[in-house]
Ligand binder design. Structure first.
Ligand code: SF4
Ligand code: SF4
Length: 368
């Protein structure tokens, strides 16, 4: 996977009008200058690691009237810095260890029943923080898809975003290879980041569970909430719509924040900025807090829910669907590390009991 940061920098330097529309929306650009200014800087200093302060949220790309793609440039610049050995930051080590454990013998698991061509891929954060939600989703989906399989593995987006493209490419194509060899044609995801990786780099059909799930009957909350759309699915309006339908079917009314859908804001966790600059990451959360006001925030990314939850009342939509009253009362138990690893390990046995899979082994055994 080649990156063309110099070509992208030239294109942004030529096409950006310096109109400030994106700058006014962005904490990173407000502090560091317009996309045109940054492109000129990167052309002068090709190994600059400034891009590691950008959340990679793509709001700039979404609002630009000239179809300039500053986020694409900032992503390419991260890759360029890594390729030139300037983009490795010791602070990211915990995140990379977390990622590695997701594909390890201990935590990865491929549970595939006979005749399975569709899998649920819940990602890393959801099974760790809310293992019961994974089981709830599996039992609901099994009603529609009797031979449903489940794969616990990591999509390796952290490495993707940290510019470690060779590692990402090896791991993600290895994952795809196993799935294709096993006859899998469709991947159902819970995490917006996994969705983006499968959509942009995969060759299998991918869909979120939110487009398939139905709100369990008997939920009639009569509460007003607001919705935080994760950046990973910024441009996927069908997912925004499906989530709103679920929330309304659960009995809630939705009051939209100023930034939603295509124009959503970063929750603060994007691009792993917080590992290098906590204050900058927190400034994004603060914007969200101001827009949400007193309303409860519902989101559909376990990472966003956790990050926003540090400053406001925020819940995952799956908690709202399966434990509505406790969710509205902010009483749902959400596990934190290191318990998350224990939950992921134990989930394998619980899933095996539900699925009775023909194949049940870790990634390393699947790679053979
Ligand atoms: S909105 Fe587009 S043209 Fe305006 S400053 Fe941003 S990138 Fe440049
Ligand atoms: S991707 Fe997000 S954080 Fe990065 S420059 Fe664009 S709007 Fe700002």
């Amino acid at each position: 996977m080649k990156t063309h940061s110099v070509d992208l920098a030239r294109s942004v330097a030529e096409n950006c009008l310096d109109c400030s529309i994106c700058v006014k929306q962005c904490q990173f650009l407000s502090a560091n200058g317009s996309p045109r200014h940054l492109a000129e800087l990167f052309l002068k200093e090709p190994d600059s690691d400034l891009a590691f302060r950008c959340s990679l949220c793509r709001l700039c790309t979404a609002v630009c009237p000239k179809d300039v793609d500053p986020a694409g440039l900032l992503m390419a610049q991260r890759c360029q810095a890594v390729n030139h050995d300037k983009g490795h930051h010791g602070q990211h080590r915990p995140l990379l260890s977390y990622e590695k454990r997701g594909s390890s013998r201990l935590l990865s698991w491929y549970g595939l029943p006979q005749g399975c061509d569709t899998i649920f891929f819940p990602g890393c954060a959801l099974p760790g923080s809310r293992p019961q939600r994974v089981l709830d989703v599996v039992s609901q989906l099994q009603g529609e898809i009797p031979n449903l399989g489940v794969v616990l593995d990591c999509c390796t987006k952290p490495s993707h975003d940290l510019g470690r493209r060779d590692y990402f490419q090896t791991m993600f194509s290895g994952l795809l290879e196993i799935l294709k060899r096993c006859g899998i044609k469709k991947v159902l995801v819970a995490c917006p980041n996994c969705f983006r990786m499968f959509k942009e780099y995969g060759t299998l059909e991918v869909q979120t569970i939110y487009e398939l799930l139905k709100a369990p009957s008997g939920t009639a909350l009569q509460a007003e909430v607001t919705l935080h759309d994760p950046c990973g699915v910024r441009f996927d309006s069908q997912i925004h719509g499906a989530v709103r339908t679920l929330v309304r079917d659960a009995g809630c009314t939705v009051r939209e924040m100023k930034h939603h859908g295509k124009n959503t804001l970063c929750c603060g966790e994007g691009g792993a900025v917080g590992y290098l600059d906590k204050d900058l990451a927190r400034s994004w959360v603060e914007l969200r807090r101001q827009e949400a006001g007193e309303l409860k925030v519902i989101t559909y990314c376990a990472g966003c829910s956790h990050y926003l939850g540090q400053s406001m009342d925020s819940s995952h939509i799956l908690d709202l669907l399966y434990e509505p009253d406790r969710t509205m009362a902010a009483k749902v138990k959400v596990a934190r590390a290191p318990m998350t690893y224990w939950h992921r390990f134990r989930l394998k046995k619980k899933l095996a009991a539900i699925l009775a899979p023909h194949t049940a082994c870790c990634r390393q055994d699947m790679e053979g």
